[in-house]
Ligand binder design. Structure first.
Ligand code: KG4
Ligand code: ZN
Length: 345
């Protein structure tokens, strides 16, 4: 079986061709970072227009790389939730068109579940049941993953996602979008103990939730002075930027590592799968690796290319196809984020 997977949930236009042995025959990611950089964040309308321009070239390039023709496809899969409505729609319309024209099944992908499945792809062996931790620009979710498609949400952010906090703090520090890589670079020359910043909810062992908005405000006050927000004109010297970046990064990493260890302890699970753009963070990977080794759990962090949005993780569609599950042409996008109590699919 050969499938085409599409990913257009946010600002990456991506496609992959995979077979049912989970082998990647070809994959492409067209990043829109350059388009959104001057706005300091993703502009939804700009993102959806860029997807419209790129989706067909990205599919063509992926098929070419895979050496596969449209006629050889057995199914087409697409991420339909969660994400930006306009962006999701471009992928879904492309997938429906192909499914209809080629008379092949359509399979909907849950993008958050796919981020965990990226770890399954990286591991090369079954990883379920496990704790799935998705840390990206839109999500900071801890799941008890019973199977690739049966997740129970254990905790999530009550305000900003971790990646969103990286992006916003980077903008405050005058660093380029996307903020995660910029902060990581700046932090390399900084002292993580230079500023005392809050670690919200860390003193509550009952909760597996996160909160980063207070941390963001604390960085703001460090720049502008207590209670002041008019820091745009203030000039930080490069060492202050580096120290603030390092202190902020350390605070986020403390929360991410602490709560994932708590999730393992609470569930008794011994495998932790981490995915999403923030999982690309070098300091997080280093601290998480050390913590996992110490606690004796198996840690699988998706490799860089599979952390940020991509279509290879759409291989999760094969799990649904193998179970005989496909979706109807009536299916629509579901932009909203998952909350505790929701059950995906
Ligand atoms: O998973 P992703 O590509 O898209 C979403 O589904 O959100 O994640 C993007 C997020 C951005 O907020 C970006 O700043 C963050 O991942 N990110 C990082 C790093 N690389 C990307 N955050 C921290 N350190 C990094 N090295
Ligand atoms: Zn994502």
């Amino acid at each position: 079986m050969i499938i085409l997977t599409l990913e257009t949930t946010c600002d990456e236009t991506a496609a992959a061709v995979l077979n049912d042995r989970l082998e990647v025959l070809g994959a492409t990611v067209a990043s829109q970072d350059a388009l959104h950089r001057r706005f300091g964040g993703v502009v939804p309308e700009v993102a959806s227009r860029a997807h419209v321009e790129r989706i067909i070239p990205v599919i063509d390039e992926t098929l070419r790389r895979a050496g596969v023709t449209l006629a050889e496809l057995d199914a087409v899969a697409v991420a339909t939730t969660p994400g930006l409505a306009g962006s999701l729609l471009v992928g879904l319309v492309a997938a429906k068109t192909l499914a209809m024209a080629l008379d092949i099944p359509l399979v909907a992908i849950d993008h958050v579940q796919a981020h965990v499945y990226a770890c399954r792809m990286a591991a090369g062996h079954d990883v379920f049941p496990c704790i799935g931790f998705v840390v990206s620009g839109g999500h900071t979710n801890l799941f008890h993953c019973h199977t690739p498609t049966n997740f129970v949400l254990l905790g999530s952010t009550i305000d900003d996602a971790a990646g969103e906090a990286f992006d916003k703090v980077a903008a405050m520090l005058g660093l380029a979008y996307p903020g995660g890589p910029s902060i990581q670079r700046a932090a390399a020359n900084g002292n993580p103990a230079a500023y005392k910043l809050p670690r919200a909810l860390m003193d509550d062992p009952q909760r597996l939730d996160f909160s980063f908005s207070g941390l963001k405000t604390a960085v703001r006050y460090q720049i502008a002075g207590p209670g002041r927000t008019d820091f745009a004109s203030l000039k930080l010297d490069p060492q202050q930027v580096a120290d603030l970046a390092a202190s902020f990064q350390e605070a986020v990493v403390d929360c991410l590592v602490g709560k994932s260890l708590l999730a393992l302890k609470r569930t008794g699970l011994t495998t932790l799968c981490v995915g999403g753009g923030v999982a690309a963070n070098a300091r997080f990977r280093e601290r998480m690796t050390a913590a996992a080794a110490q606690s004796g759990c198996e840690l699988i962090i998706a490799p860089m290319a599979l952390c940020t949005d991509n279509a290879v993780m759409g291989a999760i569609a094969l799990e649904r196809l193998k179970a005989g599950i496909t979706d109807s042409m009536e299916i629509d996008v579901k932009p909203g984020l998952m909350r505790i109590g929701d059950s995906p699919h």
